[in-house]
Write a protein that binds this ligand. Structure first.
Ligand SMILES: CO[C@H](O)c1c[n+]2c([nH]1)[C@H](O)[C@@H](O)[C@H](O)[C@H]2CO
Length: 457
């Protein structure tokens, strides 16, 4: 259960969030846009990966997805109907630079111009993610994130986007979840580009962070004032302190420390030593990576439960985690098999504010997949509503504990392409019928609308 404590509830007896708390929803380009070949968009690593037999459920691809590229006015209207303050979306790099470098594709820029204008017309604040996993394939052909030059291309792309949208977009996040890009993409291979080379995954992680730092420099030089990065973070639950520290290092501190402290954690450097000599870290890199940021985006879904077990092989997504087992949690599960443990969000937020003080936090993703059914034009997604309610209570408990939490963006606005799961897993508060593209707000959306209106539960 989330942390239970008696609050000094205000007038109407609800949990009130701070004045100005930002309520919104989040999506990502490859997961919702479709139009994979429209208007000059080039191929990304996810176009390639989803076409690789066996990589994505039933061979699903993002070719059409939610057809958001064409239906964005309707989707913005839905955001307005829900009363959302903000909308977090990512920009498709290959739509802007089909080969990952060189002059921008004007038709790609035009789409995001139109989207931002539509949002502004609806009084909805855009929150841009520059990179949500859809690397231009041409850059992957040159090594992708294992190639240091990709970091430089990313900063050039960031500057292009700021020059086009900076007059209307105030909040910019550079990367979504570099942990997933590096360790799902290059170590375990369960995400694009599907490489199973743990020995290069740490270089990929570093170049992603270098790209973040160079992009922060470029954005700041161009006048951006609200810049951040989004990390997927998880508290680690264990009866074994050593096992917990190993996974905390490989999941959380490997990114938090370079970005917010300007150093890699020594224990992680040592454990990764069996894969790499870290020679990809050049003088000055960590100063660039730890450029000051204004906001830390936190994606939270559940804690990690681990235990020490002699002889246990490394978990492929955590290179260097030999001796650690992942037994799973004794808790209700979502359709992804992820445990529902809202208390983990409170623990995480309080830990961040204690260990990495001074950086305001925003929950950039939190949500759940459940098997939804449309009945008489409605979706009674009680499980998702309960998950969101519990996690908002957990977030409120963190605020009560003094955490500087600025907002909450539910994952996701729409059912969408759930990466290797394809379309079979639904995270949206709005149901999408992929045959007709009909949108149906679920009960969770109607409940969330009331939360936003009341600024509380
Ligand atoms: C393990 O959870 C990760 O933090 C995570 C979960 N999720 C994410 N990251 C990604 O940012 C989204 O694109 C996914 O659609 C979403 C749901 O899977």
């Amino acid at each position: 259960m989330s942390a239970q404590k008696s609050y000094n509830l205000q007038d109407s007896g609800v949990l009130r969030f701070p004045e100005g708390f930002v309520w919104g929803a989040a999506t990502a380009a490859y997961q919702i846009e479709g139009a994979a070949r429209d208007d000059g968009r080039g191929p990304s690593i996810w176009d390639t990966f989803s076409r690789t037999p066996g990589k994505v459920h039933a061979g699903h691809t993002g070719d059409v997805a939610c057809d958001h590229y064409h239906r964005y006015p309707e989707d913005v209207r839905i955001m307005g109907d829900l009363g959302l303050h903000a909308y977090r979306f990512s920009i498709s790099w290959p739509r802007i630079q089909p080969d990952g470098a060189g002059p921008a594709n004007p038709r790609g820029l035009d789409f995001y111009d139109r989207l931002v204008d539509e949002l502004q017309g609806g009084g909805i604040t855009p929150i841009v993610t520059l990179y949500h996993w859809d690397l231009p394939q041409t850059l992957e052909d040159r090594g992708g994130w294992t190639n240091r030059e990709t970091a430089e291309r990313f900063a050039e792309y960031a500057a292009i986007m700021y020059s086009r949208l900076g007059d209307r977009v105030e909040t910019w996040t550079t990367l979504n979840e570099p942990w997933c890009s590096a360790f799902l993409g290059y170590a375990s291979g369960i995400h694009a580009p599907g490489r199973t080379e743990p020995e290069v995954s740490f270089a990929a992680a570093h170049h992603l962070l270098l790209g973040h730092g160079l992009a922060v420099q470029a954005l700041r030089a161009a006048g951006a004032s609200q810049i951040g990065i989004t990390l997927n973070l998880a508290p680690v639950l264990s009866d074994d302190a050593e096992a917990a520290s190993i996974v905390d290092g490989l999941q959380n501190r490997i990114f938090l420390d370079p970005v917010l402290r300007g150093e890699y954690p020594a224990d992680v450097v040592e454990r990764a030593g069996r894969f790499t000599d870290w020679s990809f870290v050049k003088d000055g890199d960590l100063e660039i990576i730890s450029q000051p940021i204004d906001l830390l985006g936190v994606n939270y879904y559940n804690p990690q439960t681990v235990t020490g077990r002699a002889g246990e092989p490394a978990n492929p997504v955590y290179p260097g985690s030999e001796g650690v087992a992942f037994p799973g949690a004794d808790a209700p599960k979502t359709a992804m098999g992820w445990p529902v443990q809202p208390f983990g969000l409170t623990d995480l937020l309080v830990r961040l504010s204690h260990d990495y003080p001074g950086t305001p936090l925003i929950i950039t993703e939190n949500g759940a997949a459940f098997d939804d059914v449309v009945e008489d034009g409605q979706v009674h997604d009680v499980g998702r509503l309960s998950y969101l309610d519990g996690h908002l209570r957990a977030a409120h408990a963190a605020i009560e504990a003094g955490v500087d939490l600025r907002g909450y963006l539910v994952w996701s606005l729409l059912d969408n392409f759930e990466w290797a799961e394809g379309y079979r897993k639904r995270f949206g508060v709005v149901h999408v019928d992929y045959n007709t593209q009909r949108r149906t707000p679920k009960d969770s959306a109607l409940w969330y609308r009331e939360v936003v209106r009341r600024n509380g539960l």
